[in-house]
Structures are given as C-alpha cells and as structure tokens.
Design a protein around this ligand. Structure first.
Ligand code: G6D
Length: 301
C-alpha cells in the first residue's frame, strides 16, 4: 500500500508491505524512516523541514557523483571538466547545492512501488550533459529495493547512491557487527581521496566473517559479489545486495544532532571514489543513447 502525506514542506510517501513501512520524501527522494519489527531501523529527522540542513546527507539519494572526485576535476574524451569543489579542493557528493537540494517528482507505479525523478542540467557543478535520473523504491516483504536509472544527452559520469544510515538497536554502532564480502579496500590520503592502491582486507579491515565493528570507518570496500554485506544491529540483520562494484562503509563519525557520532552506519553502494580519474577502475561514464541501470536491495531480518 502507498499513502501520501502533503501536510509538510515536502510530500511524504509511505510504502508498506505486511512486514515493513518505508517513508520517503520528495526532497532528494530521501528515506526518512524504515519501520521493521516495531523498530525505526533507518535514521531520520522528526520533521521534514530538518532535511534542509543535513550535512550528513542522512537518507538522501546522492549524485550526480557520490563520494569524492579528487581536485574537483576529470578528463573525458580529451576534455577537462572543472567541477565546483565543496570539500577543500575536492568535490564530495556532486558538489554544493547538487540534486540533494532538489524536490524530485514522485510517481506511484503500483501499491508497493514509487519512482522519484530529477533533472540535472548540463553544467551543474561543472558536470557535462543534461541528465534525467530516477530512483524507484519497491517494498516487498522485508526488502527495500532501489533501482537507479539515468540518461544523458552528452558524455558524462554518473554514480548515484543512497546515503541511508542504520541503527535499529540505538547507541553506538561500533557495538554492532558486520560481515563484508570484499578482498580489498581503497587506500586513501588524508583528504579521503584514493591513492590508487588496493589494500588487502586484513586486520581491522578483515570482515570476511561477522565481527564487531569496534572502530571508525569511512572506507570504500571493493566487492567480491553482489552479496555486499550483512550487519547485525541488536536483533535486526540488515543485508545489502547490489550490482555496483563497491561499497562505502561509514560509521557516522561526523554525525551531528540528534543522532550523534556513531549514531548510525552507512553502507553506500557506489562506483569507486575518484573513478573518473582512474581509467583502470570500473567506469562511471554514461553516453547518449545508453541507459544507466543499477540496483541496491536492503534486506531486513
Ligand atoms: C563525511 O567522509 C564522510 C563521507 O563519507 C560522508 O558521506 C559524509 O560525511 C556525509 O564527509
């Protein structure tokens, strides 16, 4: 069932199955709540107006390029594109006032499916190409599926993600446990820009079997399979499946009020950060005539 609430600044859609209720607002197609087993499993602000000041990108669909692009520039087909930086000299999450500040158009496709669409104009924050992008939310049983789609009228780079945070248990997520199907992670410099080196998942980065998180992470794990990870947070298990090549594991170190540091963890399916500057990595390039399609499924048990 899908219900629509137009009482706030942004329309809110609640997509319900017999096991789960997912709330999404039209600002940035942001997930504001996931109610499962009587627990609010995803972080969300109490009022939709709070999403206007959301430096942690809580719940937002992030793009045109999620994560960082070093030096806020890249070269594509011999042309250098200078982007608008918003984290020192680098660009994070598509730059300042990217589509996360935009009201997306919602379309109810069935009783458990809602699509949110946005137009990203050529030159926005320096990216080439007029883009039509969308995320389609489907709630089936205790699975939330996101289908990302995109088209462009000029060669560009496109790498969306969802920036939901989870913490059904409450307290610090460093007490929760995690298993990640990844043999390597991307080494980064002190600005979190990849050095190009893939490190083996050993020691603190060995999540090959379920274990306590214990410390802070804000790292990209290179996935070995579509079964990206499983987190255990109290009596709720959250698994991510995706056909995207990597996952940012972020333990919410910088989360502000009302959540607080480590008040939630994000498991963001993504292309590698800075991949436009690394032709040796999976390519985020999208060309006219191509249809971008990727998915992420969050399975709750
Ligand atoms: C911090 O470094 C982290 C990012 O990975 C995260 O996406 C952002 O907070 C919200 O900058």
């Amino acid at each position: 069932m899908v219900t629509k609430d137009t009482s706030g600044k942004y329309d809110k859609y609640v997509i319900s199955s017999d096991e789960m209720q997912v709330s999404v607002i039209t600002l940035s197609a942001a997930v504001t709540d996931i109610l499962f087993k009587g627990k609010h499993c995803a972080l969300g602000f109490d009022s939709v107006e709070d999403y206007d000041d959301n430096p942690g990108y809580v719940g937002l669909v992030v793009g045109r390029y999620a994560n960082r692009i070093g030096g806020a520039k890249f070269t594509l087909e011999g042309k250098e594109y200078k982007l608008v930086p918003n984290e020192g000299k680098n660009q994070l999450h598509g730059g300042p006032d990217s589509w996360v500040k935009r009201v997306w158009q919602a379309e109810v496709l069935s009783d458990n499916v809602v699509r949110f669409s946005v137009f990203a104009p050529d030159g926005e924050n320096g990216f080439p190409g007029n883009m039509n992008a969308s995320v389609t939310y489907t709630v089936t049983g205790s699975t939330l599926r996101l289908d990302f789609e995109g088209e462009t009228d000029a060669p560009t780079v496109f790498a969306p993600t969802t920036h939901m945070y989870f913490n059904p248990k409450g307290g610090s997520v460093l007490e929760s446990s995690m298993k990640i199907n990844a043999s390597s992670w991307l080494q980064v410099d002190d600005e979190l820009i990849p050095t190009g080196v893939l490190m083996p998942c050993e020691g603190n980065f060995d999540f090959s079997s379920l274990r306590r998180i214990a410390k802070d992470y804000d790292h990209c794990f290179v996935l070995d399979s579509q079964d990206a990870c499983t987190a255990e947070c109290g009596d709720v298990k959250i698994s991510l499946k995706t056909d995207l090549p990597a996952m940012q594991f972020y333990t919410g170190t910088h989360l502000g009020e009302p959540f607080g540091a480590n008040g939630g963890f994000a498991i963001e399916p993504e292309f590698y950060p800075d991949s436009p500057n690394h032709p040796e990595w999976p390519s985020p390039v999208l060309r006219p005539g191509e249809k971008f399609r990727c998915f992420a499924e969050y399975i709750f048990e």
